[in-house]
Write a protein that binds this ligand. Sequence first.
Ligand code: ADE
Length: 479
Amino acid sequence: MNFHVLTLFPEMVEQGLNTSIIGRAMKDKHISLHTVNIRDFSDNKHNRVDDYPYGGGAGMVIQPEPVYRAYASVAETSLSRAAGKKPRCIYLTPQGKVFNQTMVEEFAQEEELIFLCGHYEGIDERVLQEIVTDYVSIGDYVLTGGELASMVMIDAISRFVPGVLSNEESAQFESMQDNLLEYPHYTRPEEWHGQKVPSVLLTGDHNKIESWRWERSLERTRERRPDLMEKNRKLTVAYFSPTGGTRRAAEMLAGLLSQNPQYLDLTRRKFRKQTRRFTDKDLLLAAAPVYGGQLPQLKEALFTNFRGNHTPCILMAAYGNRHYEDTLAQMQDILEARGFYCIGAIAPVIPHIYSEKLGAGRPDAEDQKLFRRFAVTIKKRLEENFQEHLELPGNPKPEPKVLKPVQQFFDPDKCTGCQSCVQKCPAAAIDKDSHRILENLCVHCLRCEQACPTGARTSDTTAVRERLESSSRRVVEAY
Ligand code: ADE
């Protein structure tokens, strides 16, 4: 990440950021800081850049031309300009949008940022209109200039730049991610000024410690920042994932949205049968794989046991290569008819069950970046109370397809009768006595093959694999 700061006091910014973690990040070249002295672009022989305000009144105003030239000196060689985009230029002002953690994460997606620091009564409005893309305040009070504010922003944003924090310092699992404050911390000695460290922390029981910390986070937020508590939502991740690809993609996204997601495995039939209620304080991530361009056709159809109450939801249709559009539209249709409203949809690429080549290793590091962007979009939509109908391109009610994409084989001589395939089949499509596959129920997910410990179940995917591999889409799309 490259930070450029346009200022009248460059040494203040340089000295302020040169130490500790941010100083180390600069040395290690994870971030760079380039200050530009606006005064160097004055054409006045005394290097003045301010003048009296038109219309009278107190204070001085910074003139547009030196600011514009300082900006141009950076913008002309900027990465964004090279990519045909206007560089992101942030003007620090108490009149801006108040900085928060979602904004931190959003700005951290950029490769470079230009900060413009004002002083005196401000900067001539005309140049602001021409160059500024974001007006940001760091709080509802007035500072003498924008320098400290730019430093605050650079510090907070840098924490999200890969490599800046070591693992222990990692920003991933910290306070604010769920709009929650962090739990209290303790170190040696075990007793200090008559106060003991909470005994649970000495038990070594990781699960107990985690839940104690979670409780303390909630308690603290309730007491100290009830306003944040209002914004806190419980994330439930409901997924259908016979061979694990969809689950992995859903977990990856969930980890970017919450520290404490609850998982609901719809691959297990009992969780598709029980009615599950959600409130308007919940957030649902509904994840399903794309089978033949549609939602898997199950007897207990996916998500039909859910009841929302004006509950926001995110849709995920994970695909190996087919069209995912109808699957997303089907999910939206099912959930919106049951009290949910969709605030975003994503179609990540996952490994294809019929081909080792298609989607191998996905989602990968590049996908993770897109997930990050999508997670920020979701957080912004939640903050802005997004209520519009999410327009998705697919058909919500496609003609059900009769699929028999692969040949499946069963070798009774190898079967020990362990029933693993019968129990693990998400569609109840294996007869428990004969072990025959019931074709009308089977969704061809090959979970039975994965579940069989003796190799009694196999399949031939050659024909379909060749067809799939010759034409496939492998991009992550988000709405
Ligand atoms: N400049 C002066 N006050 C400011 C504030 N609160 N935030 C950002 N920039 C400022």
